[in-house]
Design a binder for this molecule. Sequence first.
Ligand code: PGA
Length: 236
Amino acid sequence: MSIIASNFKTNHTRESTSFFVKEVNDFLVSNKISDDVYIFPTSTSLDSFDTVSNLTMGAQNAYATVKGSFTGEIGTEQLDEFGIKTILIGHSERRHVLGESQEEIAKKFAFYKELGYKIIYCIGEPLEVKESGLEQTLEYIYEQFAGIDTNYENLILAYEPVWAIGTGVTATNDDIRIIHSTLKSQIDKPLLYGGSVKVANVREICELDGVDGALIGTASWNIEDFKQIIENTKDL
Ligand code: PGA
């Protein structure tokens, strides 16, 4: 059984999100698919969706607070309104585009862990680190675990090399195998791969040893493609 997650990033509206969620839900039901599927819409598109138990809605981000004065952020008061208990933490765009530090990320992790949220925690190295070698790459990735409780029971990890995200350049099977087997030997948690996963390569990637599923951006935003992705991995 694979874990398939769609990260909408800054895409889709309330209306198109609602259509998308219903389509995915109906697809899972009518094909009796037991994959664990996650959808992370924009925070303006969160809602109380009626879904089967293996389709979970999550937040792409939230602040480490119940409520308060944090302009532009949301807290658990807003997530509770829709029964959201799943969150992405440490995504590369939050680290490298929005400038979240490891310290802030660890604080956010601890806050949501305390509340029992399911956390999909992302790690991954930029191109210059990859080019400096495997040892440096692993060292960089391990630093992204600073302050993170990797024994947390509700934790899923996602290895997403920064150079593969949104670039169309997927990591090679060897790249994925080596990082996944190393991480798996040290942290016994489900581990997804992310970074230019597509309809055409999702099965091959999810079949690799040490890969428990995929976290997908671009290729997941089209409903027909996302259904095909689920179809292609449903028996793994
Ligand atoms: P991508 O994004 O599939 O567009 O490469 C993956 C991600 O950022 O989770």
